[in-house]
Design a protein around this ligand. Structure first.
Ligand code: NAD
Length: 378
C-alpha cells in the first residue's frame, strides 16, 4: 500500500480519480464535481463574502494512505505549492508501515474574551465576577439555543488581570463548548451579551468582546513511531533528531520548521472550508505559549533507535456553519474522509501537519528537497 502511494504521482488524473473512488465513499458524480473545477458557483460565492466579481481556483489534490487511529483515510489537500502533497503522502506512507498515527483531542472548548477597562479596584472586581459566574453562564446561554440543544454553550467563567501602559484591564474568559462548529459567531454573540452584565458587576467599561484564537482548551495531539529501518537506518534517525534539536534551539529554523508543518495543515483546512487565519494565528501563538517560540512538532529517538514524533496544537475547525456548509467541495472533502465530527477533523488536520513534517524533514536530512525520496529509503 505505501509503495503504491509513491506511484500515485505517476498516474493520470483519471487514474487517480479511479483510485479515490475505490478507496473512499465518493460517487462518480462527487468526483466529477471535484474534477470540473466549477463546484463553487458565482451565485454561492456572492452569498459567502462581500463585493464578489468572480471565483478563484486552486489545485485539489489527495494524499492517500493515511492510517489514523487504525482508520485508513485519503486526505484532500487544496494548495498551490509543489512538493507539499507528495512529501505529505510520503510521510503518511512511512507512518503506515508501523501502524500509522495515534490522534486524540481535548474537546471543543473555546474562549470568548471581554476586556473591561476603567476599573478602580480590579482585584475585587475579579472576585465579584467569579462569585457570580453562574448568573453570567445562564445569561449568555440564552444566546444560541441550537448550540445548547447539541450539548454546547458556556460552561465556565475565568477572570484575569492584564497590566498595560494604559492601566489594568480585567480580562474575562467565557469558556464555551462549541461542539462541531468553529464557533466564532456564537462566541462573539455570547461575549457581547455578557458585556453589560460584567459592567454591572465590576463598575468597569467593556471594550472588546470577541473570541480568542488561542484555543488552549481545544488542543489536538497526534504521534507516530517510525522504525529506523524504514528511515534507512539509525544514522538517519539521528540526523532527524539533530534537525529537530536545531529547530528547538534556533528561532530562524523553528519558524521554517513550523512552516513545513503548516504545509500539511492549511491545505486540509482550505479543502474543508475552514478558516486558515484562525488556525494559523492559533498555532503560531501556541508555538510561543509560555516561554520561547518553539517547533510545534517534537522528534526524538526511543530506546530501540526508532523515531518518535508528535504534535500538539490548538485546532478551531468546524464541520457545521460558515463556509463548511456553503462550499460544495468542503462537504465532499468531509465525505472523502468519512468524517462526522469537528474533533475527528481536527485530529486529521494535525496529523497531516505531522506527516508533512515527517516527509519533508526526511528528505532534508537525506537526499535534499528535490532528491529521490524512494531511493533514500532503500
Ligand atoms: P455558524 O455561526 O455559521 O454556525 C455555527 C452554529 O451552527 C452554532 O452556533 C449553532 O447554532 C449551529 N449548529 C448546528 N449544529 C451544530 C453542532 N452540531 N455543533 C455546534 N453548533 C451547531 O459558524 P461559526 O462556526 O460560528 O463561524 C465560523 C466562521 O466565523 C469561520 O469560518 C470564521 O471565518 C468566521 N469568523 C472567525 C473569527 C475569528 O476567528 N476571530 C471572527 C469572526 C468570524
Amino acid at each position: 500500500m505505501s509503495d503504491q502511494n509513491f506511484l500515485f504521482t505517476q498516474l493520470t488524473i483519471d487514474e487517480r480519480i479511479a483510485q479515490v473512488k475505490e478507496t473512499t465513499c465518493l460517487t462518480d458524480e462527487d468526483l466529477q464535481l471535484i474534477k470540473s473545477g466549477t463546484a463553487l458557483t458565482l451565485e454561492t460565492a456572492d452569498k459567502m463574502v462581500e463585493h464578489v466579481i468572480g471565483t478563484y481556483s486552486l489545485p485539489y489534490s489527495v494524499a492517500p494512505g493515511f492510517v489514523i487511529n487504525g482508520k485508513k483515510i485519503t486526505v484532500p489537500m487544496v494548495g498551490e505549492e509543489p512538493y507539499v502533497v507528495k512529501s505529505t503522502t510520503a510521510g503518511a506512507a512511512l507512518a503506515a508501515k508501523n501502524g500509522g498515527f495515534t490522534a486524540t483531542n481535548t474537546g471543543s472548548m473555546m474562549i470568548g474574551q471581554v476586556q473591561l477597562a476603567q476599573i478602580s479596584n480590579p482585584f475585587t472586581a475579579k472576585l465579584k465576577v467569579l462569585e457570580r459566574k453562574q448568573e453570567i453562564i445562564e445569561t449568555v446561554n440564552k444566546v444560541d439555543p441550537v448550540l445548547i440543544s447539541f450539548g454546547g454553550g458556556c460552561k465556565d467563567v475565568e477572570a484575569y488581570l492584564t497590566d498595560s501602559p494604559a492601566g489594568t484591564f480585567l480580562d474575562v474568559h467565557l469558556i464555551i463548548d462549541v461542539k462541531d462548529a468553529m464557533g466564532a459567531q456564537a462566541i462573539n454573540a455570547m461575549a457581547e451579551t455578557a458585556a453589560p452584565v460584567l459592567e454591572n458587576i465590576t463598575g468597569g467599561k467593556a471594550n472588546l468582546k470577541v473570541l480568542s484564537n488561542l484555543a488552549v482548551h481545544r488542543l489536538v495531539r497526534s504521534r507516530v513511531t517510525v522504525k529506523k529501518e524504514d528511515l534507512g537506518g539509525e544514522q538517519n534517525v539521528d540526523k532527524f533528531v539533530s534537525a529537530w534539536n536545531f529547530a528547538n534551539s534556533n528561532q530562524f529554523r523553528a519558524t521554517t520548521h513550523n512552516k513545513g508543518v503548516m504545509n500539511g495543515i492549511i491545505p486540509v483546512v482550505v479543502a474543508t472550508g475552514n478558516d486558515t487565519r484562525a488556525v494559523e494565528s492559533g498555532v503560531h501563538s501556541y508555538a510561543c505559549y509560555g516561554e520561547k517560540y518553539r517547533p510545534i512538532t517534537i522528534w526524538e529517538k526511543n530506546c530501540n533507535g526508532d523515531l518518535e514524533g508528535m504534535i500538539e496544537i490548538p485546532m478551531a475547525v468546524g464541520i457545521v456553519g460558515g463556509t463548511t456548509k456553503m462550499h460544495p467541495l468542503a462537504q465532499l472533502s468531509l465525505k472523502m474522509m468519512d468524517i462526522h465530527s469537528a474533533a475527528e477533523l481536527a485530529e486529521v488536520i494535525a496529523t497531516t501537519g505531522l506527516a508533512a513534517n515527517l516527509g519533508v524533514l526526511y528528505s532534508l536530512v537525506t537526499v535534499g528537497l528535490h532528491g529521490d525520496f524512494d531511493a533514500a529509503r532503500k
